[in-house]
Design a protein around this ligand. Structure first.
Ligand code: HAM
Length: 432
């Protein structure tokens, strides 16, 4: 029986390949994305954090929130002895756990953290939506200043600018503080009460448990009812309002474009005040390229005795690739070796092994055919490898202490003493 990747997951191969109708870029493209992200993060003085893929289920349930789709139906759980773990569906709650567990506040000042890695959600797989997907993101922990929100949003913009992606929109909103919510929920309940039968079961529940989520409904009847519903904006308290106004002024000052969307809410429970999403036409119904916001209540929800203000975002790498493809951005191809070694004869083969190691020690990428093949087959393999040069070695050459160096593009050949190969091919005179 041949095994296959499980639904909603994929392999990353040296070359791009398609699976389930989607193009999965090759490893070189993934590495390039990660390198570009790391470069921008460094310029913003964000430091990398790596947390486990397995986390305690309670961290996710309390952090992300019991009323969310993620916790109610999308967690991959792992049972071990009497414990239940989850494959992390996102990285914000894990980063906050790490911050509290290791007292990162003691490093002084706000902590600027970033991450790159896999997340897991048992969603229905479709274009741009996987069960194992990859996020990069930032968490700026320990600052309630609107400048922290502005830094995070500027960082998000800078990452997409670094990829040359201009065709995106940043939607921005404020949810106000947790204390502003009950009044809004009561007003919404009052508004929807006469229309209870028009509401779906989920929306009726949400009205009780998580009123903001109703603003997010895709149901046309419910959307119609929302038209004259109480507006969240009117319930945002003075402090949160002033915070939001400062953030907008900072973004304007930096020239970071955004559009305000008073109906923007998020699918995770921990947000307070600022929320934002970066969207692209390339994605359509697949949702956002990246999203985030402020989550001043998360630390206490996962056990901190004191509040820890924080703000961050996460971005989906698979969706970034979709948007890059839509914009026609060429992705890096697999790297080719510098040298392909072709050895004919037993003595040459034996010596070839040593030559390969010498050239590698000098920093060259060296490939050679395994399995005693004919000259013709080896030359074919050399061409296929797209190496810059082939180094040809037969027993006669070996006896004379020279090798033939063939430029595979120009098909030119010259004899080079074996002990000079590394110097010749690296273009460096190591004796100098
Ligand atoms: P999120 O909106 O759940 O937020 O996910 C962030 C991004 O991850 C999405 O915009 C999308 O690009 C990508 N994503 C999510 N689910 C999938 C999936 N099933 N397949 C492919 N891509 C997906 C968070 O995760 C928050 N932790 C963001 C945050 C960080 N807020 C504050 N700090």
């Amino acid at each position: 029986m041949a095994f296959q990747t499980i639904r909603g997951t994929f392999d990353v191969l040296p070359d791009a390949h398609s699976t389930g109708g989607a193009e999965i870029p090759g490893t070189a493209a993934w590495r390039w994305v990660e390198d570009v992200v790391r470069g921008v993060m460094e310029r913003f003085a964000f430091e990398e954090i790596r947390t486990p893929v397995l986390e305690p289920i309670d961290l996710v349930a309390r952090g992300v929130g019991g009323t969310t789709d993620i916790v109610q139906k999308e967690m991959f759980t792992v049972e071990r002895s009497r414990e239940t773990y989850v494959l992390r569906p996102e990285v914000t709650a894990p980063v906050m756990r790490a911050y509290l567990e290791h007292h990162l506040d003691q490093r002084g000042g706000a902590q600027r953290l970033f991450y790159v890695g896999p997340c897991f959600r048992a969603e229905r797989p479709q274009k741009g939506r996987y069960r194992q997907f990859h996020q990069f993101g930032t968490e700026l922990i320990g600052a309630d200043d609107p400048r922290a929100d502005a830094e995070v949003i500027a960082n998000l913009r800078a990452v997409y600018d670094a990829f040359g992606m201009t065709d995106t929109r940043l939607r921005l909103n404020t949810l106000g503080d947790a204390a502003d919510r009950p009044a809004f929920r009561d007003a919404l309940r009052e508004h929807f009460a006469p229309h209870a039968e028009a509401l779906s079961e989920t929306s009726r529940q949400r009205l009780e448990t998580n009123p903001l989520r109703i603003l997010d409904t895709k149901n046309p009847d419910e959307r119609a009812l929302l038209a004259d519903a109480p507006r969240l904006t009117d319930f945002v308290g003075d402090d949160a309002r002033a915070h939001y106004e400062s953030l907008k002024a900072l973004l304007d000052g930096m020239g970071v474009p955004y559009v305000e969307d008073p109906l923007l809410v998020r699918g995770l429970d921990y947000y307070t005040r600022t929320v934002f999403e970066l969207e692209s036409d390339a994605l359509g119904a697949q949702g956002a390229l990246a999203a985030g916001g402020r989550y001043d209540g998360l630390a206490q929800a996962v056990g901190s005795k004191t509040p820890v203000p924080a703000v961050g975002y996460a971005a989906g790498i698979e969706r970034l690739f979709l948007a890059l493809a839509d914009q026609g951005v060429a992705l890096p191809k697999p790297l080719h070796p510098d040298v392909f070694l072709v050895c004919l004869g037993d003595a040459a083969e034996a010596a070839g092994f040593g030559i390969a190691q010498t050239l590698r020690a000098a920093g060259l990428a060296v490939d050679f055919a395994l399995g005693g093949r004919s000259m013709k087959a080896q030359m074919k393999a050399a061409d296929r490898s797209q190496a810059a040069v082939a180094v040809l070695l037969g027993d006669d050459e070996l006896a004379a202490g020279v090798a033939q160096v063939r430029d595979l593009g120009a098909s030119e050949q010259r004899a080079v003493p074996i002990d000079q190969l590394a110097v010749e091919l690296t273009g460096e005179d190591s004796a100098a």
